[in-house]
Design a protein around this ligand. Structure first.
Ligand code: 5AD
Ligand code: SF4
Length: 440
C-alpha cells in the first residue's frame, strides 16, 4: 500500500502522567518511521490530543482544547483531528464526543496505540471517521519505535495497567489489568538505548513493585539492568507502599546505578481514610516503611502524592495527614484536591467535602510541604553533587539545568557541550524547588 503518511505534518498535545508522555513518544516514533514530521500546533495537518482522566481538571482542559479546534477544522477541511488516551476508555466520553464534537476524525484508546498509523491511513484514504477502542490489553506490542525528548535519558515501560482499585482512582478502568513485559524484551530495549547514548532510564508502571514476568520480579529486574554498561542511572515510578519489598530496599545498597530517590505515594495520613481508599496499609505501616528505607539508605530523597478532601475526611483525619508529613519530612510532594471520577466506588460515597474546605486544607498542606522541601534542599548547600545535565535553563542565558542522583533540580553556569554528561557541581544555595551551584 502507498505510504500516505509521508511528509505529513503532525503535532501531539499530551495531558497527564509520564505513561502518557511515553505513549506520545511512541506514537511520534511510529509516525516518523512513516516519514511524517513534528511541527507546531498552527502548522499541523494532523493534531492528536493524548488525554488523561485522573482528575476532572484534565477532562476540562481536554474539552477546552478540542473546542478550539472546531474553527481550525472549518478553515481547513483536510486537518485531521485525533484523540486518544485514558479518557477514551470511558463510554460516557465517547458518547459526548459523538454528540457534541463532530469535528473529531479519529478516536482510539490506551490499548491499541500501535495501530494508530494504520487507522490514520484508512481515515485519509477512505475519507471517513474511525473509532477503535479495545477493551483490554491482550498481547503487549514489542519493538515499537520511540522519539525521545532527550538523547541522554529515556522512559522504559515495564508494565501496564493496575489491579489495585483504590476507590478514588479511574486508572484500573482506563488502563486495564496489570501486564508485565518479559525481562528479555526490557533488557534488549535498555541495551539498545545504552548503545544509542542513553545514560539514565526511568522504569515506568502504575505499580512497578508488582512487576512479575516468569520468575523475574521487580528487584531481579533492577539487578539485571544494573549490569548493562553505558547505563549510569536507573530510576523507577510509581511504587505502592504495600508492595515495596525488603529486597528492593537492599537493592539500593547493592546496585550502584539505582538512584537514591523514591516516589512513594501515601495519599492520606489517616488510617481510616486509607482503609476507605482501599490502600491496604495504615499510617503506622507507612511510617515504619519510611524508617526502614531511611535506615538502609540514609540520604535517600522521598517524595509522595497526597489527596486532600477525600469523602468523609474529617478535621482529625486531615490532622493525621499533617502529622505524617511532619514526621516523614518529604523532599517534595504532589498534592491534589479530591476529584470525583465517574465509575469509581468513591463517586458513590455520600460525605463529599465542600470545595472551599478542600481548598483550605490543600493550602495548609502545601505550606507544610514547602517548608520541608526548603529544609531538605538547604541541607545540600556546600555538598558536591553529581549532576546529569539536561539542557539550557529556560529562564536564564548561559545557565544549564540538570538533576542530582536524588532528582533535585540544579542550575549552574556552563556551556552547552556539557548537556548529556555527568558533572560535579558544588551546591552554593537552595530554595524550595531547586538548587544553585557551580562547577568544580
Ligand atoms: N482525585 C484526586 N487525586 C487523584 N489521584 C488519583 N485519582 C485522584 C482523584 N480522583 C492522584 C493520586 C495519584 C496521582 C497520580 O493522582 O494521588 O497518586
Ligand atoms: Fe490508581 Fe491506586 Fe492503581 Fe495507583 S495503585 S493507579 S492510585 S488504583
Amino acid at each position: 500500500m502507498e505510504n500516505i503518511l509521508k511528509d505529513r505534518k503532525y503535532c501531539i498535545v499530551t495531558f497527564g502522567c509520564q505513561m502518557n508522555e511515553h505513549d506520545s513518544e511512541i506514537i511520534a516514533g511510529m509516525l516518523e518511521e512513516y516519514g511524517a514530521y513534528a511541527v507546531e500546533h498552527e502548522e499541523a495537518d494532523i493534531i492528536l490530543l493524548n488525554t488523561c482522566s485522573v482528575r476532572e481538571n484534565a477532562d476540562k482542559r481536554f474539552f477546552g482544547t478540542l473546542g478550539q479546534l472546531k474553527k481550525r477544522k472549518q478553515e481547513n477541511e483536510n486537518l485531521i483531528v485525533c484523540v486518544c488516551g485514558c479518557m477514551m476508555q470511558q463510554q460516557h466520553i465517547i458518547d459526548t464526543l459523538k454528540e457534541k464534537y463532530p469535528w473529531v476524525d479519529v478516536i482510539f484508546g490506551t490499548h491499541n496505540i500501535h495501530n494508530f498509523p494504520g487507522i490514520l491511513t484508512r481515515v485519509i484514504t477512505e475519507k471517513q471517521k474511525m473509532i477503535e477502542i479495545w477493551e483490554d490489553g491482550g498481547e503487549i506490542a514489542e519493538g515499537l519505535p520511540s522519539k525521545r525528548l532527550y538523547k541522554h535519558k529515556s522512559f522504559v515501560n515495564i508494565m501496564y495497567g493496575c489491579n489495585n482499585f483504590c476507590t478514588y482512582c479511574i486508572v484500573p478502568y482506563t488502563r486495564g489489568r496489570e501486564r508485565s513485559r518479559n525481562p528479555e524484551d526490557i533488557v534488549r530495549e535498555v541495551r539498545e538505548l545504552a548503545a544509542d547514548g542513553v545514560k539514565e532510564i526511568t522504569l515506568l508502571g502504575q505499580n512497578v513493585n508488582s512487576y512479575r514476568a516468569k520468575d523475574t520480579d521487580f528487584t531481579d529486574l533492577i539487578y539485571l539492568l544494573n549490569d548493562i554498561s553505558g547505563i549510569e542511572r536507573i530510576r523507577f515510578m510509581t511504587s505502592h507502599p504495600k508492595d515495596l519489598s525488603d529486597r528492593l530496599i537492599q537493592a539500593f545498597a547493592d546496585c550502584q546505578k539505582l538512584c537514591k530517590s523514591i516516589h512513594l505515594p501515601v495519599q492520606s495520613g489517616s488510617s481510616e481514610i486509607l482503609r476507605r481508599m482501599n490502600r491496604r496499609y495504615t499510617k503506622e505501616d507507612y511510617l515504619r516503611l519510611v524508617e526502614k528505607i531511611r535506615s538502609a539508605v540514609p540520604d535517600i530523597a522521598i517524595t509522595t502524592d497526597i489527596i486532600v478532601g477525600f469523602p468523609g475526611e474529617t478535621e482529625e483525619d486531615f490532622a493525621e495527614t499533617l502529622d505524617l508529613c511532619r514526621k516523614v519530612q518529604y523532599d517534595s510532594a504532589f498534592t491534589f484536591l479530591y476529584s470525583i471520577r465517574k465509575g469509581t466506588p468513591a463517586e458513590k460515597y455520600e460525605d463529599q467535602i465542600p470545595e472551599e474546605e478542600k481548598h483550605r486544607r490543600f493550602n495548609e498542606l502545601v505550606d507544610l510541604i514547602n517548608e520541608s522541601s526548603a529544609r531538605k534542599n538547604e541541607a545540600y548547600v556546600g555538598r558536591i553533587e553529581k549532576v546529569l545535565v539536561d539542557g539550557p535553563s529556560k529562564t536564564r542565558d548561559n545557565v544549564l539545568t540538570g538533576r542530582t542522583d536524588s532528582f533535585k533540580l540544579v542550575n549552574f553556569e556552563g556551556d552547552d557541550e556539557l548537556i548529556g554528561t555527568i558533572v560535579d557541581i558544588e551546591i552554593t544555595s537552595a530554595n524550595t524547588f531547586s538548587l544553585m551551584g557551580k562547577r568544580v
